[in-house]
Each structure stands twice: as structure tokens, then as C-alpha cells.
Design a protein around this ligand. Structure first.
Ligand code: HEM
Length: 529
């Protein structure tokens, strides 16, 4: 049994023992019979007065809450993060400076497109969201298992998700990217192509959550005590290595065990085979912001590791399963804007949108503004402010005042070591326009293709054929194939042939002329049978 960390001890106050010998109503009234409703005569109608019956049914009727609008299906686990060495030169974040006390964490892995009841082993992106319960408050690293994203600006997110989700008329298909709306979006939005290459690769069918990488995707910022900033990309690397399934396995497992990844995570933790991930950073000094042929603010781009190597900074061990799926895994609320002093944002327009969207959706999903009081979401340090009231207020605030400044009961003075936003100089015209530095949608897709071994390329082509094979409208398929021609002629030719389409006119812009870089962050894995 691992040592009990601060979060585990905090949860003691919320745990209800499993003993049900003395059943009560929610009001604490002992129940004498829960098998028979109160009736007028043994064969007569049920009587309204039966408060136990009404409460039991009402509570049941209200058990479901809205599923997450994306990433609805997930599995969670608690863990601890151990820092290797203090990072004071880079960040003032306490948990990135203290090697003596591990930081408690909660991780939720998820698929993106499917509903809560969908199968685990679908071709999809996987979420890898981590909540660090630090002594300075919660830091959420809300990442995916791919290092890039489909879109560059968060204003496109509703369009993208509407295209990905089942088609509106018949809710088909449930969880896969094998349909017209998805590929229509892709052909009209070529910024998605780099991500599409990852999605058609074996990375989209991970063998296990224990064998999956995680990425913060965006460029974030570390800020040290002197206010100096450094750009950072976050990477989780599984200690077991990165492994994928192959497509035949996927199809079979979906039928045999739709809970395959969820079960694997649960059982590994139960038997003490704790999943471990190394946290690594790619660091870019602010002086090098414009040294690359892509924009650091563009979430459809990686920073190749040849240009900026990974630096391991610590290790997370998942060592405890939740006790109640709904209370913990379903009610956990991650948010990219949950940062601690020493960690800050950049102007990546996708990140900026996320910083709005998560809180907004959680106000609906978790019914009001008090969801940070739900045990899984509570920080381990004390929460003090003048916020009050709202649905499901669980706390009794003793103060007679809830405004600042005030002269009656002291108010809530701001902390001297409080969160200070990075003082970035910003100027420009108010304008709705994508930066020209975001324009290249093909080079890194080509880089990805070129970094693949032959069998990996075969799997990618097969995936395109399977997914596009389900698309009804020929012009959509042709549109996608035209883009593939911009990525690599071999890819476009093979996909066109497989679909019975004419080979597209090759632009040859990038094919064969992609940078001499390989992407060392690409699957070193083997597909396993
Ligand atoms: C949920 C990752 C882009 C909105 C999630 C979750 C993850 C994630 C891991 C699941 C959290 C959980 O387990 O509870 C990402 C990544 C993105 C991205 C890595 C891009 C780099 C976006 C964008 C938006 C967005 C651009 C909106 C503008 C949402 C929403 C949820 C969600 C609304 C549901 C949250 C909830 O109900 O608690 N995302 N996402 N995401 N994401 Fe994203």
C-alpha cells in the first residue's frame, strides 16, 4: 500500500463506509422496508405519502448528468508526481522546486468522439489529463496522446466537433472518423492534415493507457521568480514504452471487450503494476521565439526533437484506483486555465479558446459554480475568497462580509505571493485574421510520413482506405486525396488506387524535399499481436 498523500487524506472527509446495515432516507430517517411501496390495501394504489418511495424514485430519475461534450468516455486513477531536481532557474512553481514531497495527482484518460458507453479501442485521439494537487493550488495539464491538434483557432472547435460527432440525422457512426462530415471538414480545412496523419497512424489505437504518450500540445510558458519567461512544451513518456494495437485486433477487441483499455488500467493498478510516465519538457528561450520555420503558437506543429531535445524533469506513478467512478472520474473537472504561479499561457489562439471553454462547459455539466467544492476537484490547500452562494453550496462561510475592500471583517486580502500574469508586451490592430506564420499545413505532415517505417506507412494507407471507404460522396474523397498529394505522392497514389480514384496531380511541393529531420518523437513502438 503506497504512503497516503495529502489528497488521499483529504478525501477521508468525504468517504461513506460501504456498510449499509442501517438504511436511512437522505434525511437520515431509518427505513423499515425498501421492497414494498406504501399501498392502500395489499392490492390497492400506491400512496403519495410514501416519502421513501418518492425519494428513492426521484433520486434514481436524476442519476444521470450530461456527459462531457467531448472526451465523454474515460478512465481515471490517482498518482504521485516526483520531481527529479529543482527548476528554480525556469519556474517559481513550488511543485517544480520541491523534490522532498511528491505531488498528488489524478489522471483521466479518454477517447474523444464516442459517447460514455462507446468502446475503448476505436481509432481516435486519447485524452491524457492530469490534475496536480500542489501546495499552491491545482495545476491541470489537459493533454492528448498526439502532440498536435486538428485546428489552429478555438473558434473552429464547435465546427470541428460537429463534423466529428455522429451525423445529426441518424447518429451514425458512433465513434469513428469513417463518415462524410468528418472528411468534408478535413478536405476544406487543410490545417487538420498533420493531425490526420497521426490519426490514421497506429498512434490512434493505443494498446494500453499505460503505454501511451501524453502532450500538452500548446506552447506554454514557465516563469521564474525574477519574472523571466521560457517557452515550454510538455511531454509525458510512458516508462513501459509506446505500443499500439493493429487494426485487426481493434476490430476483434471491440466486440469481445469494449472496456479493454479501462480494464487494463484498473487491473494493472490493482495488481501493483503501477503505470509510470516521465514528464519531459522542451524549452525554448524567448530570444529564440522566431528561430523556427513554423510558429510556436500554432498547435498544428511540433517542435522536432532534433531542434529542441526533451529534458526529463520528473516521474508520475499511478498507484490508486478511484473508489467511485461517478464521484471521482466522472465529476473531475480539468481546465487549461488552472495554473499555479510560475506557469503561464501563450497567445496560441487554440489555448486561449480552451481557457474559456472548459469552465463554461463545466458550469453546465456539473450544475453551477460550486463544482470546485466536489471532493475530487478540491485543491489540497485552503480556498479563501469572497465568492458565495450558487447551486449546491457545500460550505458555511462564517464571514459577515463578502466584498473587498471592507472595514467590517477584514475582507480577503490578496496574497503577496499570489499569481502574477506574465507581463507580455502586446500590441496590434483588432483584426479577425490568421497569422501568415500559420499558413504551412503540409510540411510537418510530410515530415511525419517520411519518418514512418514501411509497415507503418502500410498501416496508414490501410487506415485511409478503411475510413474513406465509408465516405459516400466522391468529391469529398477526391478532395482529401488532393491534399494527400501535397503531403507525399506515394501516399496519395496508394490511397487513390485503393479507392478507385484517378491519381491526383502532384504538387510535389513538399514530397521528397521535406527537411532532413526525422521526428524522434514518432512511434518507436511495434504493433503487437
Ligand atoms: C475535454 C484535451 C482542444 C473543449 C477535454 C479533455 C481533454 C481535452 C483531455 C477531457 C478532460 C477530462 O478527462 O475530463 C484537449 C486538447 C486540445 C483540446 C489537448 C487541443 C490541444 C479543445 C478546444 C476546446 C476544447 C479547442 C474548445 C474551444 C473541451 C471541452 C471538454 C474538453 C468543452 C469537456 C470538458 C468537460 O466537460 O469537463 N479536452 N482539448 N478542447 N475539451 Fe478539450
Amino acid at each position: 500500500m503506497p504512503d497516503r498523500d495529502a489528497k488521499d487524506r483529504q478525501l477521508d472527509g468525504s468517504r461513506v463506509p460501504s456498510d449499509k446495515l442501517n438504511m436511512t432516507t437522505d434525511q437520515g430517517i431509518r427505513v423499515d422496508d425498501t421492497d414494498n411501496s406504501l399501498r392502500a390495501g395489499t392490492r390497492g394504489p400506491t400512496i403519495m405519502e410514501d416519502f421513501h418511495f418518492r425519494e428513492k424514485l426521484t433520486r434514481f430519475d436524476h442519476e444521470r448528468i450530461p456527459e462531457r461534450v467531448v472526451h465523454a468516455r474515460g478512465a481515471g486513477a490517482y498518482g504521485v508526481f516526483q520531481l527529479y531536481e529543482p527548476l528554480g532557474d525556469l519556474t517559481s512553481a513550488a511543485f517544480l522546486n520541491d523534490t522532498s514531497t511528491p505531488t498528488p495527482t489524478f489522471v483521466r484518460f479518454s477517447t474523444v468522439a464516442g459517447s460514455r458507453g462507446s468502446a475503448d479501442t476505436v481509432r481516435d485521439v486519447r485524452g491524457f489529463a492530469t490534475k496536480f494537487y500542489t501546495t499552491q493550488g491545482n495545476f491541470d495539464l489537459v493533454g492528448n496522446n498526439f502532440p498536435v491538434f486538428f485546428i489552429q483557432d478555438g473558434i473552429k472547435f464547435p465546427d470541428f466537433v460537429h463534423a466529428v460527432k455522429p451525423e445529426p440525422h441518424n447518429e451514425i457512426p458512433q465513434a469513428q472518423s469513417a463518415h462524410d462530415t468528418f472528411w468534408d471538414f478535413v478536405q476544406l480545412q487543410p490545417e487538420s492534415l498533420h493531425m490526420i496523419m497521426w490519426l490514421m497512424s497506429d498512434r490512434a489505437i493505443p494498446r494500453s493507457y499505460r503505454m501511451m504518450q501524453g502532450f500538452g500540445v500548446h506552447t506554454f510558458r514557465l516563469v521564474n521568480a525574477s519574472g523571466q519567461g521560457t517557452f515550454v512544451k510538455w511531454h509525458w513518456r510512458p516508462v513501459l514504452g509506446t505500443y499500439s494495437l493493429v487494426w485487426d485486433e481493434v476490430l476483434r477487441i471491440q466486440g469481445n471487450d469494449p472496456d479493454y483499455n479501462r480494464r487494463d488500467l484498473w487491473e494493472a493498478i490493482e495488481r501493483g503494476a503501477y503505470p509510470e510516465y516521465e514528464l519531459c519538457v522542451q524549452l525554448v528561450p524567448e530570444s529564440r521565439e522566431h528561430d523556427f520555420d513554423f510558429d510556436l503558437l500554432d498547435a498544428t506543429k511540433i517542435i522536432p526533437e532534433e531542434l529542441v531535445p526533451l529534458r526529463p524533469i520528473g516521474r508520475m506513478t499511478l498507484n490508486r484506483n478511484p473508489q467511485n467512478f461517478f464521484a471521482e472520474t466522472e465529476q473531475v473537472a480539468f481546465h487549461t486555465a488552472n495554473v499555479v504561479p510560475g506557469i503561464d499561457f501563450t497567445n496560441d489562439p487554440l489555448l486561449q479558446a480552451r481557457n474559456f471553454s472548459y469552465l463554461d462547459t463545466q458550469l453546465l455539466r456539473l450544475a453551477g459554480p460550486n463544482f470546485p467544492q466536489i471532493p475530487i476537484n478540491r485543491p489540497i490547500n485552503e480556498v479563501r475568497n469572497d465568492q458565495r452562494d450558487g447551486f449546491h453550496q457545500h460550505l458555511i462561510h462564517e464571514s459577515r462580509t463578502s466584498y473587498a475592500p471592507n472595514s467590517i471583517s477584514g475582507g480577503c486580502p490578496a496574497a503577496m505571493d499570489g499569481y502574477r500574469h506574465y507581463q507580455e508586451k502586446v500590441e496590434g490592430h483588432k483584426i479577425r485574421m490568421r497569422s501568415p506564420s500559420f499558413e504551412d499545413h503540409y510540411s510537418q505532415a510530410t515530415l511525419f510520413w517520411n519518418s514512418m517505417s514501411n509497415w507503418e506507412k502500410q498501416h496508414i494507407v490501410a487506415a485511409f482506405l478503411f475510413e474513406l471507404g465509408h465516405v459516400e460522396r466522391k468529391p469529398i474523397k477526391e478532395g482529401v486525396v488532393r491534399h494527400l498529394g501535397q503531403i507525399h505522392p506515394d501516399l496519395a497514389t496508394q490511397v487513390a488506387e485503393g479507392l478507385g480514384l484517378p491519381a491526383p496531380a502532384m504538387a510535389q511541393v513538399h514530397a521528397g524535399t521535406s527537411p532532413a529531420l526525422s521526428m524522434t518523437d514518432q512511434p518507436q513502438s511495434v504493433a503487437t499481436r
